[in-house]
Design a binder for this molecule. Structure first.
Ligand code: ATP
Length: 507
């Protein structure tokens, strides 16, 4: 059974060194988290699994790593300058800012019913409709928020609300030594734009034909109004994105294919199909570039079903909007005129000898939300025969931060420690990931710790291994291997150890 509450996961992450609050010793910077010794391994393994499945194991993909800082014109022509905003409302009493849709969601049904009635809407559950009506009539919305006695969480009392307004979520920064009106750039709000502006570079260097994709993993930054729920909604996060370029007309079929491929991948990292709901995003909620989007909603502990990945049909919007002088391009999307770009982002179709602007299917997953989901699925509390509880992280072995812990029975016996070190070094050479020499000197505690961090196998070196005593002679050069999930132990010859572990870790 997965984790029951977010608190369980937050506590495990802190206790065992997976994830810490960013800038913690100065009181923390809201919306930022740092990955500790185990978190960095888990996150790296997850990203590698994604890259392997989506780049190496396919024949129609290329990889890319574009810069985080982007020219302001990229984000102007992408539409983010004008539309990448969330509805925000301020409290005059506490000076805190709230995302309007989140604020409304937290109210009682009765309060929402009053709001809906005052806004002349029939459905108090349709928060999207309420928000868009309020954004269209912000002055009236202010009167309604106050009149309906919308509660501010900070005080627990009806708030002194301002009129709502859009808040652009992009981080702007100055570039170079001169701070003038033109010398600014953006931290990218999605990795996708780096792929679109490199489309021609990749095409020219690889001679790809449609359909093909470009994959990228990297940081994205959004000045979320209310970052919350641990690493679920943060201001700095990572995305694993694919932009898959197809012929117009083939986009809908490819959209379905990617939906299936992505569900299969989530299953391969331990997130079963029944824990994901597919939301066919209502038209009113679609992003400015999207014709249709499937949101994959994972059942997070304490939160319920929330987005882990969006799979959007972005049409010819992106390549079209970054193309110079699109007048003659016959685009289906509505884009800003562009005389700033130097390129036409088109593909020559050999059969018809015409230039076309491809459509784009975009599976876009958040690394941090994926880490949270994988941890949640793996988190297990078991009651042992003696009545004690053990917490065990049943991670898929390829994701485990530590693949094998090698434990000398006593830390003050150099022969035990040296034998353990030699076994560790030999296993490390196999490049499976981290193998840890665990010489804390207490095997029982080490097992508990490695259960909690998801280490699939513990290898213990004891006096039998050294073969010092006559009655243990047959144990010479063997070790005990303990299985995390079954807790069963096998005695294995050191010469057979690598194959024993390999077949069970990756077999
Ligand atoms: P939400 O509606 O939850 O704000 P979104 O629809 O804006 O998400 P997308 O723009 O589709 O998100 O981004 C793709 C993916 O990036 C999301 O599915 C999510 O996994 C991740 N992501 C987006 N915003 C954040 C964030 N603030 N913190 C962590 N991950 C995020």
């Amino acid at each position: 059974m997965p984790a029951q509450t977010m608190e369980e996961l937050v506590s495990l992450c802190k206790r065992r060194g997976f994830i810490f609050q960013g800038s913690e010793i100065y009181g923390g910077l809201q919306g930022t988290y740092d990955y500790g010794p185990l978190g960095v391994e888990l996150k790296k393994n997850l990203k590698e699994a994604w890259w392997k499945a989506n780049v190496y194991e396919r024949d129609d993909m290329e990889g890319l790593d574009a810069s985080v800082l982007m020219h302001r014109l990229v984000l102007r022509h992408s539409g983010h300058e004008s539309t990448f905003s969330d509805p925000m409302v301020d409290s005059r009493e506490t000076n805190k800012r709230y995302r309007l849709d989140h604020l409304l969601k937290e109210q009682t049904l009765l309060v929402r019913q009053n709001i809906a009635t005052m806004m002349r809407l029939d459905n108090a559950e349709d928060i999207t409709a309420i928000v868009s009506a309020m954004m269209e009539h912000p002055d009236k919305a202010q009167v309604v928020l106050v009149g309906a006695q919308v509660i501010e969480a900070e005080t627990g009392k009806p708030g002194a609300w301002t009129a709502p307004r859009p808040f652009n979520m992009m981080f702007r920064t100055t570039v170079g030594p001169v701070a003038d009106l033109e010398s600014y750039a953006y931290l990218r709000p999605e990795t996708a734009q780096g792929i679109f502006v490199n489309f021609k570079n990749v095409l020219d260097n690889t001679s790809r034909r449609l359909p093909f994709g470009i994959a990228q993993i990297g940081k994205a930054f959004r000045n979320e109004i209310t970052p919350r729920n641990f690493i679920f909604r943060v201001r700095e996060f990572e995305q694993m994105e694919i932009e898959f370029f197809v012929r117009p007309g083939e986009d809908e079929a490819w959209h379905e294919k990617w939906l299936e491929a992505r569900l299969a991948w989530w299953d391969s990292v331990g997130i079963p199909r029944h824990q994901i709901e597919i939301l066919d995003v209502p038209k009113a909620d679609l992003a400015h570039y999207s014709k249709r989007t499937y949101d994959l909603m994972y059942n997070y502990p304490s939160l319920g079903f929330e987005e882990i990945e969006g799979i959007a049909n972005r049409t010819d919007y992106d390549l079209g909007s970054h193309t110079r002088s699109q007048g003659d391009m016959n685009l289906s999307a509505t884009v800003l005129p562009n005389e700033d770009s130097t390129q036409k982002l088109t593909v020559l179709e050999q059969t018809s000898n015409t230039h076309i602007v491809p459509y784009v299917i975009e599976p876009s997953a958040g690394v941090d939300r994926a880490v949270l989901a994988v941890l949640s699925e793996a988190y297990t509390v078991e009651t042992l025969e003696n009545g004690n509880e053990r917490i065990v992280l049943k991670l898929r072995p390829h994701l485990s931060p530590i693949k094998v812990a090698v434990i000398p029975l006593a830390r003050n016996k150099p022969e035990l420690v040296e034998t353990a070190r030699k076994i560790k070094q030999d296993l490390q050479k196999l490049a499976w990931g981290r193998i840890l020499l665990e010489d804390s000197g207490n095997v029982g505690k080490a097992y508990r710790r490695h259960d909690e961090v998801g280490t699939p196998f513990c290898v213990t070196v004891d006096y039998g291994t050294l073969g010092g005593e006559a009655e243990n002679a047959d144990l010479k050069d063997t070790v005990t291997v303990r299985n995390r999930d079954s807790m069963l132990q096998d005695r294995v010859a050191i010469t057979d150890l690598a194959e024993y572990l390999r077949s069970r870790l990756f077999g």
